[in-house]
Design a protein around this ligand. Structure first.
Ligand SMILES: Nc1ncnc2c1ncn2[C@@H]1O[C@H](COP(=O)(O)OP(=O)(O)OP(=O)(O)O)[C@@H](O)[C@H]1O
Ligand SMILES: [Mg+2]
Length: 373
């Protein structure tokens, strides 16, 4: 549901109310922004996640002016158009195209908040591994987009909160956030990240593996969006044979040899071997983090297992495979793709206790007792 639809529904339910509108105009809003590589999600304290759109921006090739963003822009991705070009301005969780990320943030704020007299405060999730320059880029883009205060939070910490884990308890919790281009693995305890590791293999690596397989096995090229669609429809990494493996779908592509359109038949069974590389890479990353975990937290991790978050964790059979590789139980959180935004939402009431421009890990130990999500 878009924000406009949401607001229309709200208006239908309750009526806008002049006092509500005036109060909304005068107060300083707090906004949570999960600036994902694949999808950007925006949440507001009273309304939850109100906007969820692909992180894509289209611009006019001549003037450089932003023409569309989100769903409207993603449709142009990979298509040749004389006038417009669509890009994903965030890669591996970091800004690679400053101007277009700025435009994306501006569009999100405008769409979700309308007119405001006071610039909103923004809480943004970023991968724990971003370096200082990359963090500064996020801060600058948010400030230039009109934020009146920017706060940063590690995506994996937000995802753990959003998955409903009590990360302040004196136990170790192992969370693996599998997004589109980043897999963040972290052990959290007593409100802090004890050990973490970021890997640039996530959902998109499965799309690329699928494209590579179709190219080498069927001598055909298929686009990024089509590969993702096929992965979501029939992709599976389950071990052994299942009745679903026999499902077959036809995918339109282009022959590598003739350049002409071809139809490629694909089944889940043949994709399994192509998907093995990314599964093993994610499994190894989890093992690396476990190896670095202090021994006193290991019994908790053995008891609690792994909580998976992020859209990429929904691949059929992935939780079972990761469980087998690590020897730990593995549970996919409810609505895993929304966990990070949900965690930001839970943190918004505590912005006064946070330090502008700093990651939670950078200040949490200095302010004992005040930070309280
Ligand atoms: N049902 C599904 N099965 C398999 N993969 C899925 C499914 N639904 C979504 N995905 C994948 O999840 C990924 C997007 O997840 P998410 O929205 O958490 O990423 P993101 O937060 O934008 O990216 P990142 O955290 O890497 O910056 C995509 O690669 C998408 O293909
Ligand atoms: Mg993410």
């Amino acid at each position: 549901m878009t924000v406009r639809e949401y607001r229309q529904k709200q208006a239908g339910d309750k009526g806008p109310g002049l006092i509500r509108q005036v109060r909304g105009l005068l107060s300083q809003k707090s906004i949570g922004l999960d600036l994902g590589t694949h999808t950007t999600r925006l949440c507001l304290p009273e309304d939850g996640v109100v906007l969820s759109e692909p992180s894509a921006v289209a611009v006019n090739r001549l003037s450089g002016e932003v023409t569309r963003y989100g769903t409207a822009a993603i449709k142009l991705l990979g298509r040749t158009s004389a006038q417009e070009e669509a890009v994903r301005p965030i890669r591996k969780g970091a800004i690679v195209d400053y101007a277009r990320t700025l435009a994306l943030i501006q569009a999100f704020i405008r769409e979700s908040c309308g007119s405001m007299l006071r610039p909103p405060r923004l809480l943004i999730s970023v991968p724990a591994s971003l370096n200082d320059a990359e963090k500064r880029y996020v801060l600058m883009a948010a400030e230039e987009a009109g934020a009146g205060g920017v706060y940063l939070m590690e995506s994996v910490r937000a995802a753990a909160l959003g998955a409903g884990l009590d990360i302040k308890a004196p136990f170790g919790r192992l969370v693996v956030d599998i997004g589109a281009e980043v897999t963040d693995v972290a052990v959290l305890s007593l409100g802090g990240i004890v050990v973490s590791g970021t890997l640039d293999v996530a959902g998109r690596a499965f799309d690329e593996a699928l494209m590579g397989y179709v190219r080498s096995r069927h001598k055909a090229l298929i686009g990024e969006l089509r590969a993702e669609e096929v992965k979501i429809r029939i992709g599976s990494v389950r071990e052994g044979n299942t009745p679903e493996d026999l499902k077959r779908i036809s995918v339109n592509g282009r022959s590598v040899e003739t350049g002409l359109p071809v139809t490629v038949p694909l089944s889940p069974a043949e994709l399994k071997s192509a998907f093995d590389g990314p599964v093993q890479a994610i499994g190894r990353q989890i093992l690396r983090v476990i190896e670095k975990t202090p021994p006193e937290l290991l019994p908790n991790i053995h008891r609690g297992g792994i909580t998976l978050t992020g859209g990429g964790s929904q691949l059929d059979g992935l939780a079972e495979r990761l469980s087998r590789i690590t020897g730990l139980s593995c549970t996919v959180a409810e609505h895993p793709e929304d966990c990070t935004a949900e965690g930001l939402l839970r943190t918004l009431p505590y912005l006064d206790d946070m330090v502008e421009g700093m990651l939670v890990s950078d200040f949490v130990h200095r302010r004992t007792g005040r930070y309280n999500t």
